[in-house]
Design a protein around this ligand. Sequence first.
Ligand code: UT7
Length: 323
Amino acid sequence: MAGRSVVVGVGHYLPERVVPNSEFEKTLDTTDEWIRTRSGIERRHFAADDETTSDLATKAAEAALADAGLEADDIDAIILATSTADLTFPSAATMVQARLGMTKGFAFDVQAVCAGFVFALSNANALIVSGQAKRVLVIGAETFSRIMDWTDRSTCVLFGDGAGALVLEAQDGAGTAQDRGILATDLNSDGRYRDLLYVDGGVSTQSTGHLRMQGNQVFRHAVEKLAKTAETALSHVGLSSADVDWIVPHQANIRIIQGTAKKMGLPMENVVVTVQDHGNTSAASIPLALSVGKERGQIKPGDLIVTEAIGGGLAWGAVVLRW
Ligand code: UT7
């Protein structure tokens, strides 16, 4: 017997405003053609001026709770992965806790940028497996439109806003790789790569700042590190790429997604792809893709899924789970 963290609900929310690539042609020296061919992105959603990360997160959380058939007070903990919280403090997670009407348990944010959801899932799994929580709501939510430099064509065309959420529940498994739930995780970071992807501001430097990225350098690290972390996580439970039904990758660039699948020896038919519709939504991209993948009828109970992500830090990792 082994304690497992099993997904019992999933949901997402995207802001109403959809921005096609052609919008950027009006203000920047760029084209729809360049954005599509270099990144795979066709459109993205941007939050309204009065819409914050905790608003998006609350809607995604409500959808995941409804999918699970649970109420807020059935949840013991909320972990919210974000780099774009509403306020310096309190955490966006506690704001969501209040908005859901959840009066017990605890809530906190996790900040690992685009790898945030993988880090949050791993933390939620640790809480459940160690008996500290029975049900954990794990959310990824971002408003990256708030940290774009709208004059920098190499970054501002790539990102979008959105939120996705999962409900994880403690269930008994046999202790084998056939169990449902989270089977393995692999987390990494290397702070020496800070300058490749960062925001040039923050509380202690007294500004909000804008996202700065050496895209082609991050690209190089991504293709090399993502397949490796996915394969490492799979190897922890005696599995390999051949066992995987779905790669649900961080959605930053279709060429990174294709390169990683190729390195893992899997065809694109085994990959959930949403980057064309969402752009890069940082910590929200994996739960968004899980929710959309389920809606499309791609992800089914019993499927073996590997999620993988890399972002600022650099921080990267993977989670293997059976749906
Ligand atoms: O989620 C966190 C992790 N982030 C990522 O994974 C992003 C990783 N990086 C990427 O996705 C890609 O590197 C980009 C999409 C950002 C860029 O693609 P690239 O093939 O690596 O292009 P590049 O940066 O090497 O730039 C090629 C050219 C440059 O022009 P020159 O110097 O060759 O004349 C850029 O100035 O493309 C130019 N360029 C653009 N041209 C038209 C950069 N942005 C644009 C643009 N429109 N929006």
